[in-house]
Structure formats: C-alpha cells, structure tokens
Write a protein of this length. Structure first.
Length: 394
C-alpha cells in the first residue's frame, strides 16, 4: 500500500480500525458548505480564498468588540490570513476557542514589551548569505519561502512572514545552495520559511534535488504547518512524489491543540508517512491554548496515532506582540513533570527555550536528582519515591 491508494478520508478505513478513526472527527466545511468539493479540495482555491478582511471574518464567527478593535489597530503590524479549512474549525461563538486564538488578532498583540525582540532568535546575525542561518556546526536553517498558508498569531518570524519586501528571491535560494555545497561540514539542512509546502512542486523538487546531489548532506528536514492549517495540500500526489523521490526526508509539523487533529489531518499525515517521510511535531506552549498537562497529553497521544513523534515543545519566544501567549517557564516544566511516568516516554516531547539572541535550544527539565553523599546518589521517580543509586568508586 502506498499514498496513491489512500486519497480520501474514506480510504483511511483500509488502514485504521474504527476506534482509532473515531478519535479524529470529520469536521465538514462549516460555514463553507456552499463550496463545491472540487474547489474545497483544491489547495490553490484554499489559498486564493483565505480570510483576510474584517467583513470576511464576520461571516465566519461572531466577533467580540475586542477582536474587532484588535483587527483595526493591529492588522498593519501583522496581517491576518486564515485558510477556509482552518477557519472551519473555529468556534463561531467562543473567543477562547484554541483555533480561533491562533488565527484572529487579539488586543494583546498591540502590546510590545521593552524585552520583546524583532528577531528574537538572532537568526539574521548568523546569516553568512541572505536566507540561510548557520548557527550549529553541522546544521543550517534554509529559508526557501517567506509565505505561509496561514499567518499564525504567535509567529516568531513576523518580521518576514507576510512582508513582501522580505520575499525569498531565487538568487537567495541559489546563494544558499552554493553556501551549503561549499561547506562540507554541513550534514543537516532544515528547509524552512515561511513554509516550503507553499512552493510549487517543481521548485521544491529542484531544491531537494540539489541538496541530494551533495554527498556531505545526510539529513534533510522540512518544517511545515500545512498538515495543520492546509492538510488539503497533501492530497496532491505531485507533492508526495517529490518527497518520495528525495529520501530520506524528515518532516516536522506544528500541531498545538487536539482540536486541530481532524480526519483530514490524519489523511495528510498518513499519506506523508506512506510517501516515506519520517514525521515529528514541534509545538509552542501557548497560554490559554495548551498550557495544561491533560491537553498536552491528549495532543501527544493523537500525534502518535498519526505516526508523528512529539519532538519539541517550545517556550514562546520573545517576538514582538506575542507576550499574551507566554506562560512562566515553570508551567512548562510542571507539564512535562506531570506527563513523565503517567504516559510513555515516546509521547513526551523535549521542552526547550530557543535562547534569545541566538543561543540555541536549551532543554528545560524537571529535576529528579535529590542529593549525593559519597558514591551514593539519591534520585526520585514520577511518584516522588526516592531511590539510592551507587556509583563506582574512582
């Protein structure tokens, strides 16, 4: 069985038992029921009909006064764009809907703290050529597009995404490929953006093909949120043929809440896996959305059912205008501690802070070390029971 035999959500019956499928609801088109299937399942139509104006948004949800004010005052700072698919997941009446909070401008975005940073991760300062960050010795971050299917309100690259003056030029892509080609210590390339799935298939094919010609490049990763906000993109056999052609390919996507895990999302990730991709997920810890161990556990359990390994949970970056999404670091540690031991290690992501200014990813873990006396080390488990471990005398 391969991706060509699993084309629709009805085909998933060939793979999964009913009790698994039932965990991934069929959401339908919501307020877009009038749209034909031929349009709805066309990813180009989805992009062309994104919700970008207040009038369009009012037809989808009942806006609060705060949301309307936030749109009017904040859209110049960071535009709004929501795919019809993702908009169909929003609760019409609940402003605290986790999908809605990631999609619709909020008044918190108008607050820019003195500690906020335009380039919170210091990506620009580590660019040897435009469009490529080289921070770790053997890895580079390669921006091949500055466009995304949806503009997430918590985006850390607001300075670039949706900014037409920062578009990834063809010359930037060529300069990036040339840099990777000439620096043989690079063995791992993260192809990111924006979103590389936003590219036409032939352009993505070209980039991956050039990387696969370099014998020192072993790992190629794609960072995309399309399986979340536009899983219809992955109905395209041409995209999957590109992925299958350039193995091994690792894909990291970005699910933040179980409500994003629909039957359409299951189809997308199943097809990616059948095309040979190894799948991981990078969540962001977001206040009021997933800062709860029950929600995070359900999220990670459903990720595993979709053949996706929970990889990272990021502490929300210091990007401008997203402080209302940030939790205390202690909350992230608490969530990981409450998950550890109560679910399998396979379901527990690494909680990290991507250090401001370019320090890289720093793990934040609960402390299970209690004390050391001579060669006796006292440790505790997830139930707070203590145990003694004896080191070898040196």
């Amino acid at each position: 069985m391969d991706f060509t035999t699993i084309k629709t959500i009805e085909d998933l019956d060939k793979i999964y038992p009913k009790h698994i499928l039932d965990k991934f609801p069929i959401r339908g088109k919501g307020p877009f029921e009038h749209v034909s299937d031929s349009d709805w399942y066309d990813w180009h139509w989805q992009l062309s009909n994104r919700i970008t104006t207040l009038d369009q948004l009012k037809k989808i949800i009942n806006l609060t006064n705060d949301e309307q004010e936030a749109f009017k005052l904040g859209s110049a700072m960071f535009k709004m764009a929501i795919t019809p698919y993702y908009a169909s997941l929003m609760d019409r009446n609940d402003p605290h809907c986790p999908v809605r909070m990631q999609s619709v401008p909020a008044k918190g975005e108008l607050t820019v703290l003195p500690t906020d940073l335009k380039d919170p991760l210091g990506e620009d300062k580590d660019m040897p050529v435009p469009g490529l960050t080289h921070r770790y010795p053997d890895r580079v971050l390669f921006y091949v597009s500055h466009d995304c299917a949806m503009l997430c309100r918590h985006c850390t690259r607001k300075r670039k995404v949706a900014n037409p003056t920062s578009a990834a030029l063809r010359q930037h892509v060529e300069d990036g490929l040339k840099y990777i080609r000439e620096n043989r210590q690079i063995r791992d390339v993260v192809v990111s953006g924006g979103d590389p799935f936003h590219l036409a298939n032939d352009k993505l094919d070209y980039i991956l093909g050039e990387l696969r010609k370099m014998d020192h490049v072993e790992v190629v990763r794609l960072g995309t949120r399309n399986p979340v906000t536009l899983p219809i993109r992955v109905r395209d056999d041409g995209l999957l043929q590109v992925i299958q052609k350039h193995q091994p390919i690792h894909i990291n996507t970005h699910y933040n809440h179980p409500k994003e895990m629909t039957r359409e999302a299951l189809l997308a990730n199943t097809r990616l896996a059948l095309a040979g991709a190894d799948l991981g997920n990078q969540s962001v810890l977001l206040k009021g959305i997933n800062d709860d161990e029950k929600i995070m556990t359900e999220l990670c359990h459903k990720l595993l059912l979709m053949k996706i390994r929970p990889y990272y949970v990021y502490q929300c970056d210091l990007a401008e205008g997203i402080s209302h999404f940030r939790t205390p670091i202690s909350k992230g540690i608490e969530i990981i501690e409450k998950m550890r031991g109560w679910t399998s290690g396979l379901a527990i992501p690494q909680y990290v802070i991507d250090a401001p200014g370019g320090g890289g990813k720093i793990p934040m873990n609960p402390n299970y070390f209690v004390k050391k006396e001579g060669n006796k080390v006292t440790i505790r488990n997830f139930k707070n029971n203590q145990y003694d471990y004896y080191e070898v005398d040196e």
